[in-house]
Design a protein around this ligand. Sequence first.
Ligand code: F6P
Length: 343
Amino acid sequence: MRFGVLTGGGDCPGLNAVIRAIVRKGVDHHGHAILGFRDGWRGPIEDDHVELTIEAVRGILPRGGTILGSSRTNPFRRDDGPDRIGETLAANHLDGLIAIGGEDTLGAANRLHGEHGLPILGVPKTIDNDIGATDMTFGFDTAVQVATDAIDRLHTTAESHHRNLVVEVMGRHAGWIALYSGLAGGADVILIPEREFDIEEVCRLIQRRHDRGRYFSIVVVAEGAQPIAGTMETVGGEKDEFGHERLGGIGQRLEVEIERRTGYETRTTVLGHIQRGGTPTAFDRVLATRFGMAAIDAASNERWGLMPALRGTDIELVQLADAVAELRTVPQEFYAQAEAFFG
Ligand code: F6P
């Protein structure tokens, strides 16, 4: 059989491990041919592909990024997008396509399968860990480790200089990275998109630490965190093809507000794409490899419209429609547990 594979959306450590597993198991074990499409959905729309042989995937397991390239191309932004993808599959005699991506890429995969009948299955990826129907996505563990290392380093310098440090981490709709790295790094305040924050309360917690003789605080904020409406100004950014605003800037805003309200020196570090780049942790390499193997097995059995998911410690196939129906956000109870360490 012949299958295509693509990586879409923001890149994430572990993408190459998935590609390698699909090719290694697909070619060696099943005897398939695998084509890699370049730059997300642009690849099948423009039939831009490369054959992925065992040789082509040698040495990529520990490598960050994706050898196929990625983009935020939305196939539904153009009228002929779905038809062109169907034509590319037919022209290359492909039996199906494996789309590795986050909410947008998987959302498009689900529609291409459900509304256009295309033989597609998905693999969940995102450092944000916000895909439904799976307990975890690969890339998240690496991002948390990078952020935790950064918080540890910022801790020592914040303490030496008796200043507050705001650490802005990724997380558009879900605060998983902020919550995990904040807990692991011993942050004094953690702000997530799921819970609008009260700047007065943030400053009160910082003041409480001062009153107890702790003259520095670490505030971890997810880029998508929002203040309670009308309490603080925020900044907006331009939008991508899926209508998502380019985020970033809440850390800077917090720096200004905290310093103004408390009178204590405050600085910001924005971790940005450092969280997405570089080598995946061992955990992410293994999870990505297991997802890749499950995906090529499912494709071999023509199980379209599905996605491998981590359920407990098992890999199971779930409906793509279920995975994209709702984002997996941080439960309020979990955040409430973390609050025990604030201030
Ligand atoms: O979706 C993953 C993510 O890392 C988000 O947390 C972030 O908002 C977005 O990607 C930023 O991606 P880019 O800078 O590539 O547009």
